[in-house]
Each structure stands twice: as C-alpha cells, then as structure tokens.
Design a protein around this ligand. Structure first.
Ligand SMILES: [Zn+2]
Length: 183
C-alpha cells in the first residue's frame, strides 16, 4: 500500500515540473506516502477500540469540560491541513469517560479527510454514544491552510463550528455556562 501511494507521489512530483530523481527528492515519495497514511490513520480505528473500556461509574452530574485539545486535520476539498483546537463538554449521566480518551477520539476523526463541520459533529456524537451523557457540547476553532496559502489568502481568518446535543441544545443556561467557560 505504501509503495502504491509512493508511486503516485513520484508521478505527481514529475507532473508538477520537478525531477523526482534529484537527490533531495529521491526518498520523498516514500516519506510522503507514510506521512499521508499517518494523517489518515483514523480510517483504521474504531470508537470501541479507542475507548477500550475506559468508561467509569460516577455520581457526578456537573459539567465536565476538556479544553484546548490540539487538533490537526486535513480538508477533504484540497487535502491541505486545518489546525486548531477543540473544546469538549458533557453532562454525565452516571458514567464518565477517561480523560485521555477525549484527545484520542478527536484524533481518530481528525485523521481523516474532513470538513470542519462534520468533524465537530462526529466528535460530539462519539462522546454522546460512549457516555450516554445528558448533553454534549463541542466547539472547534481552526485555521485552514487552503484558505491561508492559496486563493484569497486571508491569513488571519479562523473558523469556529459548534455542535450542541441534549441539555446543551435545550437549556439556554447550560449552553451559556459552557460558552462562557470556553471563550
Ligand atoms: Zn480546503
């Protein structure tokens, strides 16, 4: 598989006007293929495998918030990165999820070809599914290289997307509490 992808990268490098055989580029197809496979590793992971039983009984019913989770993904329109951070909150309903699992859930969906809106929703629904929470809120703030490096070159613009499920959707005060904590 890596060799197949490397073969195509070699062709792309040539078609872009470079010499794929010059010294600096000789191993580039192979390296690029491995990098791209790593950045798309999320296709070979499952929510169940990632959570791996790290859901624990708890009586807490206060909001749990995990802020500033680093996020690196790739836009499905240009195959260029978008980079930012993600905030995840939930209202436990008898169960809590191990802290490290939030970052792993974010990575699993981020390491795929994505648009930010879908990524945000997938993270929220995954947390909902695993915890059976009374509500889940996810905010993603990201800068898109496809916007910064090409075309309009709006270098300072970032995009914010959010998904609110359950109580965060239905209860204004709960939603406001969350938004105040992450702003
Ligand atoms: Zn794009």
């Amino acid at each position: 598989m890596t060799d197949d992808i490397a073969h195509h990268y070699r062709q792309i490098i040539g078609q872009l006007g470079e010499d794929p055989d010059r010294e600096g580029l000789r191993d580039t197809p192979q390296r690029a293929a491995k990098a791209m496979q790593f950045l798309n590793a999320g296709y070979h992971q499952s929510l169940e495998g990632i959570v791996n039983g790290a859901v624990f009984e708890s009586q807490t019913d206060e909001m749990v918030l995990v802020k500033d989770i680093e996020l690196y993904s790739m836009c499905e329109h240009h195959l260029l990165p978008f980079i930012g951070k993600c905030h995840v909150a939930y209202l436990p309903n008898g169960k809590v999820l191990g802290l490290s699992k939030f970052a792993r859930i974010v990575d699993m969906y981020a390491r795929r070809m994505q648009i930010q809106e879908n990524l945000t929703r997938q993270i929220a629904e995954a947390v909902q599914q695993v915890t059976s929470a009374r509500g889940v809120a996810v905010v993603v703030e990201a800068r898109h290289l496809c916007m910064m490096m090409r075309g309009v070159e709006k270098q300072n613009s970032s995009m914010t997307s959010s998904v609110m499920l359950g109580d965060f959707r239905e209860n204004q005060a709960t939603r406001q509490e969350f938004l105040t904590l992450v702003s």
